[in-house]
Design a protein around this ligand. Sequence first.
Ligand code: SF4
Ligand code: SF4
Length: 150
Amino acid sequence: MADKSKPLFLQYYKKNKKRLAKMDTVVRQLHEEVSSQVDCLQCANCCRSLGPAIYDKDIDRIAKALRMKPSDVVATYLKIDEDGDYVFNSMPCPFLMPDNYCSIYEHRPKACREYPHTDRKKFEQIYKLTVKNTETCPIAYEVLLRLLDE
Ligand code: SF4
Ligand code: SF4
């Protein structure tokens, strides 16, 4: 479904690039609306298939929560990806539990907290990334779909 809509989303971007730069409030409202209707616990696609970039602050927070040394968190759970960022060394994420809860939810990486970024300022700058995210995330898909009518 998301794949079929991608050309439409990209067409919208082409036509509305300038307008989009002033539409953060609209996009944010759509994000709130859609997020309240989608149950992430029924989905967990991002935790199953995307490797969020993990930074030093994330590692320190996770280490504290797990009462491990940061270097042990790195050795146990992380690897370096092709961009030179730390990512989880396996997917689905090692902290994803069978009921789709995150076992380190309060201490999860920043990138996990912010995904799918549809409430971000300067949304126009990440519009194309959001089109990509429609492959994974029903929230990203639905926000862009509703944006077509704005
Ligand atoms: S992919 Fe999107 S809808 Fe699914 S769990 Fe992640 S943020 Fe929630
Ligand atoms: S740390 Fe938690 S929120 Fe982040 S990918 Fe793993 S299970 Fe999902």
